[in-house]
Ligand binder design. Sequence first.
Ligand code: GLC
Length: 434
Amino acid sequence: MKQLSLLFLALAFVANSQAQESSDEFAARMSWFRDAKLGIFIHWGIYSVRGVDESWSFYNRYLPYDEYMKQADGFTAAKYDPEAWAKLIRESGARYAVLTTKHHDGMALYNTSLSDLNVLKKTPAGRDLVKPFCESLKKQGVKTGLYFSMLDWSHPDYPKFLNNQERYQNDSIRWNKFLDFRRGQIHELAAFKPDLLWFDGDWDYSAEQWKSAEMRTDINKWMPGVIVNSRINGYGDYATPEQGVPVIQPKEPYWELCMTINDSWGYQQNDHNYKSANQIIRIFTDCISMGGNLLLDIGPKPDGTIPEEQQLVLKELGRWTKKHKEAIYGTVAGIPKDYYYGPSALSKDRDILYLYVTGKPAGPLMIKGLKNPINRIWVVGNGSKLNHTVMMKSYWSDVPGIVYIDVPENVLDEQVTVIAVLLKGPVELNPPVK
Ligand code: GLC
């Protein structure tokens, strides 16, 4: 439900943000994001100490608030190595990263001057954890994204505290105090020079109540050119389906699937339900194939180390993205699955069709309805050229024949093989795609 309404909001906000800039300007601002394809999401906070659900565990009363907050004592960041994080992220093939600067529990990971609820004052970490990470990302050439929760269940002026328990109702003075606080904290984020702001938790109130239009205007002023995700009540730039891989291509021009690496956003020592590199790469090819990005979430431990299982997945992802980079970055959505039974992508000028091949095909690959003659076919990251045959093409009919491509076993990748089909001219399909 949440996802559906977010998608609706997404439609509205694209219209909104375009009202302030021309569609060409909007496309130019979004271009790095559109080409980036892969981002790494990082949920890091005091919830990693016990390994409980981030913020929700107290809100939903699985753990008393005080006990939840006591986790702060164990949040040491003793082995935090932002350089190593940024390197691992770059090596995974991700072109951007998004770090939680403050989750719904209100504990800021940076040196906010507006509240004592921050890791400098309340945890043994005792320092700003956001700043060095942003600097390391910039050094690695990875774009910087900052997650920030609009709602703050710890703040004395935020109406909601626990599920079905409010601090107050209809008190505009207190509410405006909270809005000023939120505005101030978002302003503070400008110091990190983010390329992207990833808001969350807008669902508690309406755009009017949150003053989202004003917020967006301020953001554009404070951080010109920044990209903003959907969760700002209709004033963002792209849609954020969560966990559920879109089955059909989302309608929004820009979107990003955010997804956990196991079943949790933050580190939980009892959650071993990791997706394999193969499962993640296949989900990733689905996103690419529908013109979207994947924002894969990891959860570091309280000492700042990234769990071994998560590192292994990122490294294997890195091997695969490095080998297949030409079929990933800067591509656009591929051809519908009716024409090729699998994910695919197109080069920007639409004359190279990339076919993603999962596993070992039992016979030749098949493309139906392809009108273009084929200039050359090769295996991406391997270079071998492949032969093809066109069957059932009649000289008297416009109906294209069926293209068959044999893929020998010795070119197969352990995860997903990619075949590049260089077409004569931009792809043309019959029947044409509406
Ligand atoms: C949800 C949850 C939150 C998580 C976020 C990431 O909105 O509230 O805990 O951080 O998804 O997308």
